[in-house]
Design a protein around this ligand. Structure first.
Ligand code: PEP
Ligand code: MN
Length: 242
């Protein structure tokens, strides 16, 4: 279970969230320091200052740090602080970036592009593997469809499908996949039932004031509720959440 804020906003917000998700049973902390925003006028992230805050949260809680690297030139900097390098959906086919994280060698969480097919996702992963890095996790985070009631359409059949096509672990992101906090816990449970190897979930001390993705972020209490339902489903399908 990877959980944490969409963006690292300040030390207090990140540390508070890290403590809460750790207490609820998460093993890794997510948080963006380099943010790929649709608008250039939206909050772009704290960059290196954000990475330092994540490292401090790891130091205190023992949680592994998962954070996005936006550009090839930032790979060495982000890799100094992160345990897992996240490649965002918008960058899934940024082949130079994929090669750079491949050569770097740290574990990579590769998010599916909003309009990418399964074949395109698998071939993107090949760029990282082919550069000599076998530690790749694939992430289904929702695709673009005609449907508007959710932000994206979470394609859960990707989980068993990818398990048939590859040995790589499959992580599901029900936060971006739905775009609505009230849908996240049940889709997380459904992902586990579909065989997901991991989940990545957005959590914020006060979602209403979040600088990004507040509408899909869970409060600490909601995250505890998610862990409860996810644990029950995991047990039913013979998996452990940790
Ligand atoms: C994120 O994880 O906050 C993010 C920007 O995700 P995606 O790349 O899937 O949109
Ligand atoms: Mn987000």
């Amino acid at each position: 279970m990877i959980a944490g804020p969409c963006s690292v906003e300040n030390a207090e917000q990140t540390l508070e969230t890290a403590r809460a998700v750790k207490a609820a049973g998460a093993t890794a902390l997510r948080g963006g320091a380099f943010k790929p925003r649709t608008s250039p006028y939206s909050f772009q992230g704290l960059k290196e200052e954000g990475l330092k805050i994540l490292a401090a949260a790891r130091q205190e809680t023992g949680l592994a740090v998962v954070t996005e690297v936006l550009a090839e030139e930032d790979v060495p900097l982000v890799a100094r602080y992160a345990d897992v390098l996240q490649i965002g959906a918008r960058n899934m086919q940024n082949y130079r970036l994929l090669e750079a994280v491949g050569y770097e060698g740290k574990p990579v969480l590769l998010k599916r592009g909003p309009s990418a097919t399964m074949d395109e996702l698998l071939l993107a992963a090949e760029y990282i593997l082919n550069a000599g890095n076998p530690q790749v996790m694939l992430c289904e985070r929702g695709i673009r469809t005609f449907e508007t009631h959710t932000r994206f359409t979470l394609s859960l059949s990707a989980v068993p499908y990818l398990h048939e096509r590859t040995h790589l672990p499959v992580v599901v992101d029900p936060s971006h996949g739905t775009g609505h906090a009230n849908l996240v816990a049940r889709m997380a449970a459904a992902a586990v039932a579909a065989g997901a190897d991991g989940l990545i979930v957005e959590v914020h001390p006060n979602p209403e004031t979040a600088l990004s993705d507040g509408y899909q972020s869970l409060t600490f209490e909601e995250f505890e509720g998610l862990m409860e339902i996810v644990r029950r489903v995991a047990e039913a399908v013979g998996k452990e959440i940790g």
